[in-house]
Write a protein that binds this ligand. Structure first.
Ligand code: OAD
Length: 255
């Protein structure tokens, strides 16, 4: 805590409209792998083109569905960490707070965030592959779900097409309502906290930049430098599960 930049706490305390913008790094300490970390990142171990594109699902739906079910099972075995709890604490303290996440896990929700904006969809929102407007129930996890296990996707109850994971794949547009909510919040906020994201995947990475251009102060929490460093007034280098609770504690002298 003593290492925390004191101006960051003051900026948080004085802010009235806050955006907490998160990426995979906020869930890292819960045990959910990030995407681009050298050895442990998902894209270091798996081929994104074989698993995270519409073409991949078309070519091998059982492989892709099975991979996302494996990821869902892993997330279900994790718990929110103090970083997620701190984001929810900010939201509880400052009513004009919007949590925007690129993560497809549900750890913000389980930490108490009311309605996080999921820019890249969710592992818990399967839908019909043909009709985005046809949501599907979240199925029971198949017995023995595991890495590399093929699992046939369910069928849409309305039209009989395959059900697909409700996540955004490479080459796809972001969900319109989520993108609109994120842009509106970024333009209107006076403080944006960007937490645990490499800031290289667009259009999501535009959100902190848009906030900065619209006059907001941007604070970054990340153990590593990122391309967002230069739009940030304060860069707090360290893990989210330590830095965010310390920031909240310093801002409101509690926790
Ligand atoms: P990345 O894997 O690109 O970046 C993770 C970031 O978290 C890095 O900058 C790490 O330094 C940082 N980090 C690691 N451990 C951390 C910790 N304990 N506390 C705080 N930060 C930590 O993940 P994202 O930026 O979320 O998209 O990736 C963006 C998008 O790329 C994802 O939503 C996903 C991916 O392809 C889709 O699947 C569409």
């Amino acid at each position: 805590m003593s290492l925390l930049n004191p101006s960051a706490a003051g900026l948080l305390r004085d802010a009235r409209r806050i955006v907490v913008f998160t990426g995979a790094g906020i869930s890292a300490e819960s045990g959910v792998p990030t995407f681009r970390d050298d050895l442990t990142g998902l894209w270091a171990q798996f081929d994104a083109q074989r698993l995270a594109t519409p073409e991949a699902f078309h070519a091998d739906p059982d492989l892709v569905w099975g991979w996302y079910e494996w990821r869902r099972a892993r997330v279900l075995h994790t718990e929110p960490n103090p970083g997620h709890l701190a984001a929810a604490a900010i939201e509880a303290r400052v009513p004009g707070t919007v949590v925007i996440t690129q993560n497809v896990d549900d750890l913000h929700e389980r930490a108490g965030s009311r309605a996080p904006v999921h820019l890249h969809g969710s592992l818990f929102a399967p839908r019909c592959v043909a009709e985005a407007a046809h949501p599907a129930p979240v199925p029971e996890l198949a017995a023995g779900v595991g890495e590399g296990r093929r699992i046939p996707p369910p069928r849409c109850a309305d039209c009989g097409w395959l059900v697909r994971p409700g996540v955004v794949w490479f080459g796809e547009a972001l969900p319109e309502a989520a993108l609109t909510a994120a842009v509106d919040a970024a333009v209107a906020c006076d403080l944006l906290l960007t937490v645990g994201t490499s800031g290289v995947v667009y259009p999501a990475a535009e959100i902190p930049r848009l906030a900065a251009r619209s006059g907001a102060t941007v604070i970054q929490v990340n153990p590593e430098p990122t391309p967002l460093d230069r739009v940030c007034e304060v860069n707090l280098r360290g893990p989210a599960a330590e830095i965010l609770p310390a920031l909240v504690a310093a801002a409101w002298k509690e926790i």
